[in-house]
Design a protein around this ligand. Structure first.
Ligand code: AMP
Ligand code: MG
Length: 428
C-alpha cells in the first residue's frame, strides 16, 4: 500500500500504541520487561576483557601449584637453624621453574630464588641477606628460621573448587589474568547485540556532504554509534532514509536482521513522520509511544518479529537522553549485565530552573566540587536541538514531573553521563 501523499496527519492514522504518555519509570519498566539476555558465546582470553561472564568460574587447580619460595635465599630445615650461626651443605640450586632434584636431609640447604619450588624435606627459607658463604658448597645461616617462613604454600592462593566469579560479572584485567593462571584459553561470555542505526529525514546529509543548501548533518547517526560502542555493542549503520514510507519500510526490513533497531526522527505528529505507520505495516506491536519527559518525549517502542525497535525522536539531545534512559539499560540487560543504570549522585543546583508541571525534565549540568559539596550548574540553552549543552554536561539533573521547577540551592539527583575520573596528577 502506497502511503506517500496521503495528506496531513495521515501518517498517524490507525496506529494505536498499547500505552501512551507514560512516566519515565513506567516506560523503563515496560521496556526492560520486554528484553532478555541474549545467549552465550566462547571467546579467547585475549578478547575477554570488558565482556560479561556467562559461566560461573571455579578453580580447577591449585595456585601456586607447589610450595615455593617467597624470597631469594636458601631452603632449609627450620630445626637445623634454630640456633645460629649454623653451617649447612648446599646440595641443590633452585631458580624459579626448576623442579627440586632431591629431598633435603639434615644439615643440608638448597640455594633458591623467589618462585623456586621448595624441595621436599625443607620447611623454611632464609633470605640471602641473613647468610654468608662458608667455603666451597657451604652456607652459614646467621638468623634463625621458623617453620613456614618465606614459604608460599601450594594452594595458598587458590584451591581446586574455589569459587572465582559469578556469571554476570564484568571481566576486569585481574579476572582475565586469573583465568589464564588457571590454564584457561577461552571463556564463555554473553553475546553482544548487533544494533541497527537508521536516521530518517529529508533534511539530513552525511558530514562530508554539508553544503549551504538548507540541509543539516545527521549528527544522531554518529552520537548513537559512539554510544553503542561505549557499551561494547556493534552498531550496524544503515545511513539516512528520506521521509518516504516505502524507503523507510525497506530500510527497516534490512535493519530487522540485527538484534535491536534504533531509528531517529519521524516519530512525532508531523505529516512526514512515518515511523509508527511503517512499523505497524511491518506487523510491529506498538508497545509504547510518548514518555512524559523532556527532552526525548516522542519515543516509540515497538516489537517487530520479537525484536525491540526504538523509534527515537530526531533532535540530537532528545535522541541521546532517550538512549540513556531506555535503550542503554535495555542493551546492557541483553548483554547480561547486572548493573544497568548510570550512577545518580545528589548535587546542589547553582541556579534556579523553571518548568511547568507535567513532564520530568533532565537538565544538562556541569558538576563541580566546591567546599566538599557537589554543585550542578546548567550548561546553557536546554532546547532539545542544542547539542553543545550536552557536550558540556557531566550529568542530567532530574526535576520531577510534578515540580514546577527547582530553586537555586535545591538538592537534586544527578544522573552521571560519563566517568571522567582520570586526573592529570596521581593524587598520592
Ligand atoms: P523529527 O522528529 O523528524 O521531526 O526531527 C526533529 C528535529 O530533529 C528536526 O529539526 C530534525 O531536523 C532534527 N533531526 C532529525 N534527525 C536528525 C539527525 N539524524 N541528526 C540531527 N538532527 C536530526
Ligand atoms: Mg523528520
Amino acid at each position: 500500500m502506497k502511503q506517500a501523499g496521503s495528506g496531513r496527519r495521515a501518517s498517524q492514522d490507525g496506529v494505536q500504541p498499547e500505552r501512551q504518555s507514560v512516566s519515565v519509570a513506567e516506560a523503563r519498566e515496560l521496556i526492560l520487561g520486554a528484553v532478555s539476555p541474549l545467549g552465550a558465546e566462547t571467546v579467547p582470553l585475549t578478547a575477554a576483557g570488558g565482556r560479561v561472564l556467562a559461566e560461573d568460574v571455579e578453580a580447577s587447580i591449585s595456585i601456586p601449584p607447589h610450595d615455593n619460595s617467597g624470597m631469594d635465599g636458601f631452603a632449609v630445615r627450620a630445626e637445623d637453624v634454630a640456633r645460629v650461626p649454623a653451617e649447612l651443605a648446599v646440595v641443590d640450586d633452585l631458580p624459579a621453574g626448576r623442579r627440586a632434584r632431591r629431598k633435603l636431609g639434615p644439615g643440608e640447604a638448597a640455594r633458591i630464588m623467589t618462585g623456586g619450588e621448595v624441595p621436599e624435606g625443607a620447611d623454611a627459607v632464609v633470605m640471602i641477606e641473613d647468610t654468608e658463604q662458608a667455603g666451597e658448597g657451604r652456607v652459614r645461616v646467621l638468623a634463625p628460621a621458623t617453620p613456614g617462613q618465606h614459604v608460599r604454600r601450594a594452594g595458598s592462593d587458590v584451591r581446586p573448587g574455589l569459587h572465582i566469579a559469578d556469571a554476570g560479572s564484568v571481566l576486569r584485567p585481574a579476572h582475565v589474568g586469573m583465568l589464564a593462571a588457571l590454564g584457561r584459553t577461552v571463556v564463555g561470555v554473553a553475546q553482544r547485540p548487533r544494533v541497527a542505526v537508521l536516521s530518517t529525514g529529508d533534511e539530513l546529509v552525511e558530514p562530508d556532504r554539508l553544503a549551504d543548501d538548507g540541509r543539516i548533518v545527521t549528527s544522531n547517526s554518529y552520537n548513537l554509534q559512539a554510544a553503542l560502542r561505549e557499551i561494547g555493542c556493534e552498531p550496524v549503520y544503515l545511513g539516512i532514509a528520506p521521509d518516504d514510507p516505502d524507503v523507510i519500510r525497506a530500510r527497516f526490513r534490512q535493519a530487522l536482521q540485527c538484534d535491536v533497531v534504533i531509528s531517529t526522527g519521524g516519530v512525532s505528529v508531523g505529516d512526514r513522520d512515518w515511523i509508527k505507520q511503517v512499523l505497524a505495516d511491518l506487523g510491529g506491536q506498538m508497545r509504547l509511544w510518548r514518555v512524559r519527559m523532556k527532552p526525548g518525549a516522542p519515543l516509540a517502542f515497538v516489537s517487530v518479529e520479537g525484536r525491540p525497535v526504538f523509534g527515537l525522536p530526531g533532535n540530537p539531545v532528545s535522541t541521546l537522553v532517550a538512549f540513556e534512559q531506555f535503550v542503554r539499560p535495555a542493551l546492557l540487560r541483553m548483554m547480561g549485565h547486572r548493573a544497568l543504570y548510570r550512577p545518580v549522585v545528589p548535587a546542589i543546583l547553582d541556579e534556579a530552573y523553571e518548568k511547568p508541571a507535567g513532564r520530568l525534565h533532565f537538565v544538562r549540568v556541569r558538576l563541580e566540587e566546591r567546599d566538599g559539596t557537589l554543585h550542578a550548574c546548567p550548561t546553557g540553552d536546554q532546547a532539545s536541538n542544542v547539542l553543545l549543552s550536552m557536550v558540556r554536561a557531566d550529568g542530567l539533573a532530574i526535576v520531577e514531573a510534578a515540580a514546577t521547577g527547582a530553586a537555586a540551592g535545591a538538592r537534586l539527583p544527578v544522573q552521571l553521563l560519563h566517568r571522567d575520573d582520570l586526573r592529570p596528577e596521581p593524587g598520592f
